[in-house]
Design a protein around this ligand. Structure first.
Ligand code: DP6
Length: 332
C-alpha cells in the first residue's frame, strides 16, 4: 500500500484518557449513545493513544489495529459513518492506534482511542468542526470519549433533547489552574469481562437503585462542579469517592452482578484510607475494571507511588499530571 497515493486521505492525532470524578453509568438513549447522567472528568497526560486514520477508496471495510492487534470496528464505524455523512465521502478507513497503557482494562482506552480517531478522521476529510461538534461525534462512539476531546477538568452534559444535540462535553477548568496529579494502580493488565456498554444496559434494566442514581445525579454534579471551581480538594475528593462507590453499588446490584474489582482493588482502597488517616490527603476512584486511580496534590504523589508500589497485588503504578486537549500531530 502506497501511503503517498493522492487518493488516500490521512491524518494523525493524539488524545489522552480520562477518569470521571462524577461518574457516567447508564444511557437515556442507547441508539444515539446519550448518557442518562452528566459527568465530570479529568484528562490524564500519562495515558495516551496515538491514532492514524486513512480513508482509502480501495479498502473494503473499516479496519482497526491497536498495537498491532485487530479489533472489532463496531464503535469506531459509528464515528466514521458520521464523518463520512458530513463530508459526503464513502471510503472505508484504516485506523492504526497505539496505546501506552493496557487496552480495555478499565483505563478508558476507548475514551482516548475514540477521541483521537474523531479528531484525525474529521481532519483527514477536511471537515472544519468545533471542539463541541467533535465531542458530540466522539460521544456517539463512546460517551467518555466526548470528554477526552478536552484537557483539564471536563463536563459532559447528558442534555434533554431527544436527538442528543445538547449532549456534548466542554471544559470547566484548565489543568494549569489546578495541577492535580493521579497515581494509577494497575492490579491486573488483562481485558475486562463485561464492556461498559453492555454492563450499563444491564444495570438500567435490573438494579433497584438505578432510578435513584439518575434522579440524584444533577445535584451531585452541581456540587462537584462548585467544589472544582473553588479548588476545594477535600470536597472534590470526598465527592469523587462517593460517586465511584455509588456507581459500583449499581454494578454490584445488577443482575447478574457486575463485580469489576479484584482483591488488589480492595487492598489499594484500604491503603488510600490508611494514607489519609496518617495525614497524606488522597482519594480513590475506579472505573469498569479493577484498577484504582488515586487523586492527589503534586507534593504527595511521589510518596503515594512508593507506598502503593509495595502492595503485593499491584502489578504496575503510573503517575500522571492532568492532560491536554486531543490534537493533530505530524506523521511519525
Ligand atoms: C465507568 O464511555 O466506556 O468509565 O458510552 O457505552 O462506550 P459507552 O461507555 P463508556 O463508559 C464509561 C463508564 C465509566 C464511568 C465514566 O467514565 O464516567
Amino acid at each position: 500500500m502506497n501511503e503517498s497515493d493522492p487518493k488516500l486521505r490521512s491524518a494523525h492525532s493524539i488524545a489522552h484518557s480520562n477518569i470521571a470524578l462524577a461518574k457516567y453509568w447508564g444511557k437515556r438513549n442507547s441508539e444515539l449513545n446519550i448518557p442518562a447522567v452528566s459527568s465530570i472528568s479529568i484528562t490524564l497526560e500519562a495515558l495516551a493513544t496515538k491514532s492514524s486514520v486513512t480513508f482509502d477508496p480501495h479498502s473494503r471495510g473499516d479496519s482497526l489495529e491497536i498495537d498491532g492487534e485487530r479489533f472489532d470496528t463496531e464503535k469506531i464505524s459509528v464515528v466514521l459513518d458520521l464523518v463520512r455523512t458530513q463530508s459526503k465521502i464513502t471510503d472505508a478507513a484504516r485506523i492504526q492506534s497505539s496505546n501506552n497503557f493496557p487496552t480495555s482494562a478499565g483505563l478508558a482506552s476507548s475514551a482516548s482511542g475514540i477521541a483521537a480517531l474523531t479528531i484525525a478522521a474529521a481532519s483527514a476529510v477536511g471537515l472544519a468542526l468545533s471542539r463541541k461538534e467533535l465531542s458530540m461525534i466522539a460521544r456517539r462512539g463512546s460517551a467518555s470519549a466526548a470528554r477526552s476531546i478536552f484537557g483539564g477538568f471536563v463536563e459532559l452534559h447528558s442534555g434533554s433533547q431527544p436527538d442528543g444535540s445538547d449532549s456534548f462535553a466542554e471544559p470547566i477548568l484548565d489543568r494549569e489552574d489546578w495541577p492535580l496529579e493521579v497515581v494509577v494502580a494497575i492490579t491486573q493488565s488483562g481485558k475486562k469481562a463485561t464492556s461498559s456498554t453492555t454492563g450499563m444496559l444491564s444495570t438500567a434494566g435490573t438494579s433497584p437503585f438505578f432510578d435513584t442514581w439518575v434522579s440524584s445525579a444533577p445535584a451531585k454534579l452541581a456540587e462537584m462542579r462548585e467544589a472544582i471551581l473553588a479548588l476545594d480538594f477535600q470536597h472534590v475528593g470526598e465527592l469523587t469517592e462517593q460517586s465511584c462507590l455509588a456507581m459500583h453499588s449499581l454494578m454490584f446490584t445488577t443482575v447478574p452482578s457486575l463485580i469489576y474489582w479484584n482483591e488488589g482493588t480492595i487492598s489499594v482502597i484500604r491503603e488510600v484510607q490508611r494514607l489519609r488517616a496518617s495525614g497524606t490527603e488522597c482519594y480513590f476512584t475506579i472505573d469498569a475494571g479493577p484498577q484504582v486511580k488515586i487523586i492527589c496534590e503534586p507534593a504527595n504523589s511521589a510518596s503515594i507511588v512508593s507506598t502503593i508500589s509495595e502492595l503485593p497485588a499491584v502489578v504496575e503504578v503510573r503517575r500522571s499530571r492532568l492532560g491536554p486537549d486531543a490534537q493533530l500531530v505530524n506523521p511519525k
